[in-house]
Design a protein around this ligand. Structure first.
Ligand SMILES: Cc1cc2nc3c(=O)[nH]c(=O)nc-3n(C[C@H](O)[C@H](O)[C@H](O)COP(=O)(O)OP(=O)(O)OC[C@H]3O[C@@H](n4cnc5c(N)ncnc54)[C@H](O)[C@@H]3O)c2cc1C
Ligand code: SF4
Length: 567
C-alpha cells in the first residue's frame, strides 16, 4: 500500500525536471542564494561510464542496432543514455485519426544529453507573428526582452557561429566555427547558384577552452554525449555548478504526480512517486519551477486538480494542453558524382553540421506563411546505425556485391532536412486520457494532431529546394515524398522533430493564456513553467536556446519577486 511520508523542510524553490530548463533554473537560483530541491524522474548520469562517444560499432552487440534492429528507431544504442520513443510502463495515447510521436528522456539532464546542439536565436519577427501576418498570436514579450538572456546563455554555454546580419537569424555571442568540410563546400557553392543563403551553423559546441571545459576534439559523435563536456548538456554544464553552491538537493527517480495547493490558496508542495520504493512522498517549497519538458509540464498541471482548480492548476483559461505545435519536418537527399571520385580524406568535425541555411525568403511573398531553415549532412562520417538501409532498399543483391556497392556509395550522399514553423491550430493539442494511467498510477496524455495546408505547402517548398540545390551541385536527388498519402511531400508525423511545445502558453491576457511574460502562472504567483510549454509560437529555429534564455530570465524575476515578498 502507498505510504505518505511528510518532509518538514520547506525549500525556497522546488524544480521539476533537470533538462535544458530545469538545469538552467537550478544554476541561476542556487547561485542567486536560494535553497533549491530538484525532482528528476530518471536516474543520475555518469558521463565517463554512460556516454558512448568513443565506442566502436564492433564493441556493442548487434553493432549498436539492438536485438532485431529495434534500437535503430531510437537513434541506436550509441545514443547518450535513456532516450526513447516509447518508455516501458509510461505510455501515452494518440487519438483515432491522429499521428503523433513523443520522444522522452528519463535521466539527469533529460534530452540535453543527446540533442543536436543546434542553438539558434528566434528573430524579432518571431515574437510578433500575429501583427505580421494575422495568424497565431504575438508573444507578450519582444526580442529585445530576451536578447540580453540569449547573450548570457551563449556566453555561458559556448556556441560557435559567425556574424552574418541575416534578419531571420539574429547573430549572437559566438566562438569561431569549425571549417566547412568538403560536402559543405559543395553545397555552399550550389546554394550560391540558386540564391539560398548558406552560412556557418550555430551549435552549442565549444571550439576554444571555456570555463574549465576542454574544446571539441572533433570526434563527430555529439549524439552519444561528450565525456569532455565540449558540447552542452545540462547534466555536465548546469547541474554540477548548482551542486557546487551547497544549496542544491537533487532527488532522482522522483516522478512528480501533482502540485498541491495548500489552505493558504498557494502552491505549497509537490507529491511525487519515489520509483525505488514505489511510495508517494511530498516535498514542500515556497515556489515551484516546472521544467519537465513541454508536454510533461502540461500533464503535471492538468493532473494537479483541486477544488480551487478543478480543470488543473493554473488552468482557469482552459488553454493548458492547447496550442501544441512541432516543427514542420521533411527530408530528402542526393548522391553526388564528385564525391564518388573523392579520395579518402579526413572528414572529422563536430557531431553535426558546420554549415546550414537560415530562412532566406523572408523578403518576398511565398505560397505559405512563415519560413523554414535547412540542416544538411553527409560525407565520410563514421557510418551510423542504418546508414546503408536505403541503399539496400534501392538496389538488389547480397553478399560481396552488396558490400562492394556499400563501399562505393559510402560518403557520396548528402541529406537535407527542413525545419519549419507550424502555426497552432484547434485540432492539435494534448489532454489527459481518462482511461489510461502509467505504472505509477498517474493519468497519461492523449495527443490530437493535424497539419494544415500551410505546413504541407511548406514541405512541398522544402522538397523543391532540396532538389534545386542537389541539381545545382550536379547531384541526383532522391526522396520518397509524394503529394498525397499520410505524409504529403514527406512531412513527418507530429512530434517527430522533437520540438513539441506551446501547451502552457504565455500571454498578456489571463483569459487566453496560462502564464505571464516571465513564465509565471497568472493564477498562481509562486508557480513558473519555464520550458517550451510557455512558447506562443514555434518559429523555424530549434527551441532549446530560447528555453534556456527564458528560464534564466524567469529565474532572475523569481529571485526579485521573492526578495520583495511577492510570491
Ligand atoms: C535526438 C534529439 C535531437 C535534438 N536536437 C535539438 C537541437 O539540435 N536543437 C534544439 O534546440 N533542440 C533539439 N532537441 C530538443 C531538445 O532536446 C529539447 O528542446 C530540450 O531538451 C528540452 O528541454 P526541457 O528542459 O524542456 O526538457 P528535457 O530536456 O526533456 O528534460 C525534462 C526532464 O524532466 C524529467 N521529467 C519529466 N517529467 C517529470 C516528472 N513528472 N517528474 C520529475 N521529472 C520529470 C525528465 O526525466 C527529463 O529529465 C533534440 C532532441 C532530441 C531527442
Ligand atoms: S564532436 Fe566534439 S563536442 Fe561532439 S562529442 Fe566529439 S568532442 Fe564532444
Amino acid at each position: 500500500m502507498a505510504q505518505l511520508t511528510r518532509s518538514p523542510k520547506v525549500y525556497d524553490v522546488c524544480i521539476i525536471g533537470s533538462g535544458a530548463s530545469g538545469g538552467t533554473a537550478a544554476k541561476i537560483l542556487t547561485e542567486g542564494g536560494l535553497n533549491v530541491l530538484m525532482l528528476e524522474a530518471g536516474p543520475p548520469v555518469n558521463p565517463d561510464k554512460d556516454f558512448k562517444e568513443h565506442v566502436w560499432p564492433y564493441q556493442l552487440p548487434h553493432r549498436g542496432v539492438g536485438v532485431g534492429g529495434k534500437a535503430a528507431d531510437n537513434f541506436g544504442e550509441f545514443l547518450a543514455p535513456n532516450g526513447a520513443w516509447e518508455i516501458e510502463g509510461e505510455p501515452y495515447t494518440v487519438a483515432t485519426g491522429s499521428r503523433f510521436r513523443w520522444f522522452r528522456s528519463r535521466i539527469v539532464g533529460g534530452r540535453t544529453n543527446h540533442w543536436g546542439r543546434i542553438a539558434l536565436r528566434f528573430a524579432p519577427v518571431d515574437f510578433k507573428s500575429r501583427s505580421t501576418d494575422g495568424m497565431g498570436d504575438d508573444w507578450p514579450i519582444t526580442y529585445e526582452d530576451v536578447a540580453p538572456y540569449y547573450d548570457k546563455v551563449e556566453s555561458y554555454i559556448g556556441v560557435f557561429g559567425t556574424k552574418e546580419n541575416v534578419s531571420s537569424a539574429p547573430d549572437g555571442v559566438f566562438m569561431p566555427p569549425p571549417k566547412p568540410r568538403c560536402t559543405e563546400n559543395i553545397i555552399k557553392k550550389a546554394c550560391d547558384k540558386v540564391g539560398v543563403i548558406c552560412i556557418p551553423s550555430r551549435l552549442a559546441v565549444i571550439t576554444q577552452p571555456h570555463n574549465g571545459r576542454a574544446p571539441c576534439h572533433y570526434c563527430g559523435q555529439c549524439g552519444r554525449g561528450c565525456i569532455s563536456a565540449s558540447n552542452f548538456s545540462s547534466s555536465q554544464v548546469m547541474i554540477p555548478y548548482a551542486e557546487k553552491t551547497g544549496r542544491f538537493t537533487l532527488v532522482t527517480g522522483a516522478m512528480a504526480r501533482e502540485i498541491v495547493v495548500g489552505k493558504s490558496g498557494k502552491a505549497e508542495a509537490v507529491s511525487y512517486i519515489d520509483k525505488a520504493t514505489r511510495t508517494e512522498k511530498k516535498v514542500f517549497a515556497k515556489a515551484f519551477v516546472v521544467g519537465a519538458s513541454a508536454c510533461e509540464s502540461a500533464r503535471l498541471l492538468l493532473n494537479s486538480k483541486s477544488s480551487q482548480f478543478p480543470d488543473g492548476l493554473a488552468n482557469s483559461s482552459g488553454v493548458i494542453g492547447r496550442y501544441l505545435t512541432d516543427s514542420v519536418g521533411a527530408s530528402g537527399g542526393g548522391v553526388f558524382p564528385q564525391l564518388t571520385k573523392m579520395p579518402a580524406h579526413n572528414h572529422d568535425g563536430v557531431g553535426g553540421m558546420h554549415m546550414y541555411m537560415p530562412w532566406w525568403k523572408f523578403d518576398r511573398k511565398n505560397d505559405f506563411l512563415r519560413g523554414y531553415h535547412i540542416e544538411f549532412g553527409g560525407g565520410r562520417n563514421l557510418p551510423g546505425v542504418g546508414d546503408f538501409h536505403s541503399l539496400c532498399e534501392y538496389t538488389e543483391g547480397y553478399g560481396s556485391s552488396l558490400k562492394q556497392r556499400c563501399r562505393e556509395s559510402y560518403g557520396t550522399y548528402i541529406g537535407f532536412a527542413g525545419r519549419g514553423e507550424m502555426i497552432p491550430n484547434e485540432q492539435s493539442y494534448c489532454e489527459i486520457d481518462p482511461n489510461t494511467v502509467d505504472e505509477w498510477g498517474i493519468p497519461v496524455l492523449r495527443f490530437h494532431w493535424q497539419w494544415s495546408d500551410n505546413e504541407i505547402k511548406m514541405a512541398k517548398d522544402m522538397q523543391e529546394t532540396f532538389r534545386a540545390i542537389t541539381e545545382a551541385a550536379g547531384g541526383t536527388y532522391y526522396s520518397r515524398a509524394t503529394p498525397d498519402g499520410p505524409h504529403p511531400y514527406g512531412i513527418e508525423d507530429g512530434g517527430v522533430i522533437i520540438h513539441e511545445l506551446g501547451c502552457v502558453r504565455m500571454g498578456s491576457n489571463p483569459k487566453t493564456s496560462a502564464l505571464n511574460g516571465y513564465c509565471q502562472a497568472h493564477d498562481m504567483k509562486n508557480v513558473f513553467v519555464t520550458d517550451a510549454a510557455s512558447f506562443v509560437s514555434n518559429p523555424d529555429k530549434n527551441p532549446t536556446l530560447t528555453i534556456m534564455a527564458l528560464t534564466w530570465r524567469a529565474s532572475d524575476y523569481l529571485m526579485d519577486e521573492s526578495k520583495k515578498g511577492n510570491l
